[in-house]
Design a protein around this ligand. Structure first.
Ligand code: MN
Length: 293
């Protein structure tokens, strides 16, 4: 066992809007070298840093009906609440601390909005949307939806009243996460008190990174990672530590690379160009089902 080092610490890029409700900083795959191949199986990471939305009671902000095929969309809510509906019958509202894990697989239509309650009240909004690629053999499987409330997520205490590690997926110190995944993926929210130190042991070949959602941290006692910054780890070593220099929330991602060809176009991520063309054809022919705007 050896130490997993920080390869680079990245500041958030200029934000852009997805629809009119999601003001996001993209970390994967645009710029910075965090390509789909480098971060495999994580193929997209949009981070909505904390941002105040005024009340919009007459119309919920968000993004209207659109398709996905070939991967999973994972939404982690930190502030505010997101409503979701999809053509597979999945739907619901996720709020602070909850996670929505949608397996688009062979294809769904969905829409993502601020919840009605949040639209009426307004307030701080903060979320992550991550796309996790599916192995080729699972890309055309049946769509699936996992609504994971915060209460369902195992919380592993950190020594010396340091806080907790919430195990969204994978496992932490032998404790399994709430979500089921198609390939080995660890996803944790470390919620640390000031001075808390959490240790991690993740395989050297897994692509691994972390995003500081609240507060600020020091990794391996040497690398400062400020608020809203992403730290990428090298693919050597297994062990790293996080020390919270104030009360902090840190999203940790680590996945076994699929090492399969990637053909990506907009909302479709497949293995070949022909499969992308087929996705467009199937979408135009209504094979993704129906969903009202
Ligand atoms: Mn979507």
């Amino acid at each position: 066992m050896s130490v997993k080092q920080v390869e680079i610490v990245l500041a958030p890029r200029e934000p852009h809007y997805v629809g009119d409700g999601f003001r996001v900083h993209n970390f994967i795959p645009s710029g910075y070298g965090l390509t789909m191949q480098r971060m495999d199986p994580f193929i997209m990471l949009d981070y909505g840093a904390k941002f105040y939305f005024p009340p919009s009671p007459s119309k919920a902000k968000g993004v209207g009906v659109h398709p996905h095929r070939g991967f999973e969309t994972v939404t982690v809510a930190y502030k505010g609440s997101v409503a979701h509906h999809d053509s597979g019958g999945g739907g619901g509202v996720i709020s602070e601390g909850d996670v929505q894990w949608m397996t688009a697989a062979s294809g769904v239509l969905h829409k993502e909005y601020h919840s009605d309650a949040f639209s009426k009240s307004g307030g701080d909004f903060q979320m992550v949307q991550l796309w996790v690629n599916l192995p080729a053999k699972d890309k055309m499987s049946i769509p699936k939806y996992q609504a994971i409330s915060n209460a369902q997520i195992p919380k592993i205490p950190i020594a010396n009243n340091g806080g907790v590690v919430e195990v969204i997926a994978g496992s932490y110190e032998g404790n399994s996460g709430a979500a089921t995944t198609f390939s080995p993926v660890h996803m944790f929210n470390a919620k640390l008190n000031k001075g808390g130190v959490a240790q991690f042991n993740l395989p050297s070949n897994f692509n691994t990174g972390l995003l500081v959602i609240e507060g600020s941290i020091i990794v391996n006692e040497t690398e400062d990672v400020p608020l809203d910054h992403f730290a990428l780890f090298t693919n050597t070593g297994e062990l790293f530590s996080i020390t919270a220099t104030e009360d902090s929330v840190v999203l940790i991602l680590s996945g076994a690379p699929l090492r399969e060809p990637i053909a990506a176009h907009g909302p479709f991520v497949m293995n070949t160009r022909a499969e992308i063309m087929q996705a467009f054809e199937d979408y135009e022919n209504g094979k993704f089902g129906t969903l009202e705007d």
